[in-house]
Design a protein around this ligand. Structure first.
Ligand code: F6R
Ligand code: MG
Ligand code: MG
Length: 387
């Protein structure tokens, strides 16, 4: 059997320069030194270090499979060293995503987010690594649907016999810790019924239906749920395979011409447009945003990385960026009002319990309002109500 290659993309916010907005070059250098050492030792075959906003992103290739303790240990070491530099320089929130001092073989659940895929390399293997800041894993739901299930985005679904069978989506319920596989096009409406709630139902993996080959994978850690309290954002990373039997590179990038609204802007508590940017512009400064996404294109050859090409560094995405700025203006004018501000259940910062406590004796029964037939909590359960 052909040798298998694993692509591991692991990211963490280990502290940033001048507030939550960009990774210091010395932190990137510290992480690179650790990975270079790991490459020399043969733990990994190749690596590339980048960032999106305040998140340090490690892209690694190796032959050890997913969830490998040595590879995860190496990434953990790289984050630790980068966090040490962040602490020395007094960078902001140094070490924030490294929740535990005791590494036990896997970064999952400790703070960093990981997207990994083991593949049998095709003779030519183009991949795209996406990383987003000031948002959550469900932010990739809409683009993934467009890439793998929307014929108005992906012409190949209609006219390329290798894509015509469709794709299978694994959707995870991040609150209940369970998942379901749905096939498109036949179960497209069921899929949409779930993934339209991206804070709860998150696309984790996509497979080609006819041969079960992996096509895409997203990190689905929800850091705030892991920690049991707010410690940072769940800024996601994603790997997508492109070309010959998978969507073309341009079909993979096309959904990002629409800067859709995602959750996670300012204090993880606001909706804003997802702006596609080159790495040099992945420094969210306006109201800590708007949320950003980068895309790096590589070829994988014999478990080595060739590239990258900074894919959103293209005037073809200028209009999307302009739209994102217009949408950002429009959303910002709502100030503290929903739907710019998130629903109370989704906010990472809130004063609502204290405000309600302070006002509890001043809330009086209202006589001239019709009595509600149902309590608000029952309404949220989604059960049908009959008179
Ligand atoms: C962090 C983020 C920021 C912070 C905000 C407040 O990733 O998205 O919007 O939530 O800057 O940060 P603190 O409370 O640390 O001052
Ligand atoms: Mg941060
Ligand atoms: Mg971040």
């Amino acid at each position: 059997m052909a040798q298998k290659t694993t692509i591991s993309v692991i990211k963490a916010d280990i502290g940033s320069l001048a507030g939550h907005h960009t990774v210091h070059p010395d932190c990137m250098a510290a992480a690179s030194r650790v990975l270079a050492e790991g490459k020399k030792k043969g733990i990994i075959n190749d690596f590339y270090v980048t960032h999106v906003g305040d998140d340090l992103v490690l892209i690694m290739t190796h032959t050890k499979g997913e969830d490998n303790p040595e590879v995860h240990g190496l990434a953990w070491e790289a984050f630790k060293k980068a966090a040490e530099v962040a602490k020395e320089l007094g960078l902001y929130a140094a070490g924030q995503d490294l929740l535990s001092d005791a590494f036990s073989g896997n970064v999952r659940g400790l703070g960093p987010a990981a997207a990994e895929m083991e593949i049998e390399e095709r003779p030519s293997e183009p991949i795209v690594i996406f990383a987003a800041d000031k948002t959550e894993p469900g932010a990739f739901n809409l683009p993934l649907f467009r890439i793998f299930a929307d014929p108005f985005n992906t012409a190949g679904l209609v006219i390329d016999p290798r894509l015509h069978m469709g794709f299978t989506f694994e959707v995870v319920d991040v609150f209940e810790d369970k998942g379901v596989h749905l096939n498109t096009p036949e179960e497209m409406y069921d899929l949409l019924a779930l993934i339209g709630t991206p804070s709860r139902y998150v696309i984790r993996r996509v497979y080609r239906k006819d041969d079960g080959r992996i096509a895409a994978v997203v990190s689905v850690e929800r850091l705030n749920l892991i920690a049991g309290k707010y410690v940072g954002k769940d800024d996601p990373v994603m790997i997508v395979r492109a070309q010959s039997g998978f969507p073309a590179l341009g079909e993979v990038l096309e959904p990002f011409t629409f800067p859709h609204l995602v959750a996670g802007w300012m204090r993880g508590s606001h909706n804003g447009p997802l702006m596609p940017v080159p790495v040099r512009d992945a420094r969210p400064t306006r109201f800590d945003g708007p949320p950003r996404v980068i895309a790096l294109g590589f070829q994988v050859k014999n478990a080595k990385l060739v590239g990258p090409s900074d894919l959103f560094d293209d005037p073809a995405f200028d209009e999307a960026r302009r739209t994102a700025n217009k949408v950002a203006d429009y959303m910002r004018r709502h100030g503290p009002f929903m739907p710019h501000r998130l629903d109370p259940s989704e906010m990472e910062y809130t004063t609502l319990p204290q405000v309600l406590e302070k006002l509890k004796d001043r809330f009086k029964p209202v006589k001239d309002l019709p009595k509600p037939k149902i309590r608000h909590s029952e309404m949220l359960s989604g059960e049908e109500v009959h008179d």
